[in-house]
Design a protein around this ligand. Structure first.
Ligand SMILES: Cc1cc2nc3c(=O)[nH]c(=O)nc-3n(C[C@H](O)[C@H](O)[C@H](O)COP(=O)(O)O)c2cc1C
Length: 237
C-alpha cells in the first residue's frame, strides 16, 4: 500500500500529533506500507488563487502555481491512502493543512460538469489513471477533554474526502493531548497509547480497517473530566 502522510502541526516532531502519528506509521511500515511522511510546515505551499474561475480554464493534473506541490500531486495521485495528521485549531485543521486542501483542485474529479461538449469527469479520470478509489485517514489531537471537540474537524476532512472521491476511514483521535506530555514529564509515559497506535497501523494493513475498540482505546480517558476542568480553572484564574 502506498501512503502519503502529512504532519500538519507547527510543532512537527516535538508535538503531540507526532506522538500518535509516528507509532501508527511504524506499525504500517512493519506490515509493508510504502510511506512518504511530509511536514506541512516545512513545505512551500502558496494559497490557491482560484484560476478555475477563468473562462478558459482547462482541467489539468498540474497547478499554475510553481511550489512544492508540483512534486506532491503525482505522489498524492498514486497514494492509496492519504493521512492528514493535524492538531485541532479552533475546530479546524491547522491553516497549513487547510491551505493544502484548497490546492487539491488538480486532483478533483467534478461529478458532472460539461463545457463545450467536453465532460470534465472523463478528462480527469483518464488523467488520474486510478482504478480504485483511494482512502483518507484523519489523525487529530486536541487540548480540551472530550471527543466531541473533533466533531467539526471530522466533518471538514470528510468533506475533503467526498469532494476528492476518496473513502473516509474512521479517524484516530486523541483528546486532552497535553496530558500525554504532562504524564511523560512526571515519569509516567502513556506507552499503552503509543502501542495501541502502532497496533492500529498494523491492523489497517492486515485487515483493511482499524477495530472500533482500538480506536476508542487510543482516545481513552487519561484523567477524569472533573480533575481536568479543575486544573484548567486554576490556569485561567
Ligand atoms: C491556535 C490554537 C488553537 C487551538 N484550538 C483548540 C480548540 O479549538 N480545541 C481544542 O481542544 N484544542 C485546541 N488547541 C490545542 C491543540 O489542539 C492541542 O494542543 C494539540 O494537541 C497540539 O498539537 P501539537 O502538539 O502536535 O502541535 C489549540 C491550539 C492552538 C495553538
Amino acid at each position: 500500500m502506498k501512503v502519503i502522510a502529512f504532519n500538519a502541526s507547527p510543532n512537527k516532531e516535538a508535538g503531540t500529533t507526532a506522538l500518535i502519528l509516528n507509532p501508527f506509521l511504524k506499525g504500517m511500515a512493519e506490515e509493508g506500507a510504502e510511506i512518504e511522511l511530509k511536514y506541512i510546515y516545512d513545505l512551500k505551499i502558496e494559497p490557491c488563487r482560484e484560476c478555475t474561475k477563468n473562462i478558459d480554464f482547462e482541467p489539468d493534473l498540474d497547478c499554475k502555481i510553481d511550489d512544492d506541490l508540483k512534486e506532491l500531486y503525482p505522489l498524492m495521485n498514486d497514494a492509496d491512502l492519504w493521512i492528514f495528521a493535524s492538531p485541532n485549531y479552533l475546530n479546524s485543521v491547522t491553516s497549513g493543512l487547510k491551505n493544502l486542501f484548497d490546492r487539491l483542485e488538480p486532483l478533483f474529479v467534478p461529478p458532472h460538469i460539461y463545457e463545450n461538449n467536453a465532460c470534465y469527469e472523463k478528462i480527469r479520470s483518464s488523467l488520474t489513471k486510478r482504478t480504485t478509489p483511494g482512502k483518507v485517514l484523519l489523525i487529530s489531537t486536541c487540548g480540551l477533554w472530550g471527543i466531541e471537540n473533533f466533531d467539526a474537524i471530522i466533518e471538514q476532512t470528510r468533506a475533503v474526502a467526498d469532494m476528492l472521491g476518496r473513502e473516509y476511514l474512521p479517524p484516530i483521535l486523541r483528546p486532552h493531548s497535553g496530558v500525554l506530555t504532562t504524564l511523560t514529564n512526571l515519569g509516567k509515559p502513556a506507552n499503552d497509547i503509543y502501542e495501541a497506535a502502532e497496533k492500529a497501523g498494523r491492523q489497517l494493513m492486515k485487515q483493511g480497517f482499524i477495530e472500533n475498540e482500538l480506536l476508542q482505546y487510543i482516545s481513552r480517558e487519561l484523567v477524569p473530566k472533573d480533575s481536568f476542568l479543575h486544573e484548567l480553572s486554576l490556569l485561567v484564574r
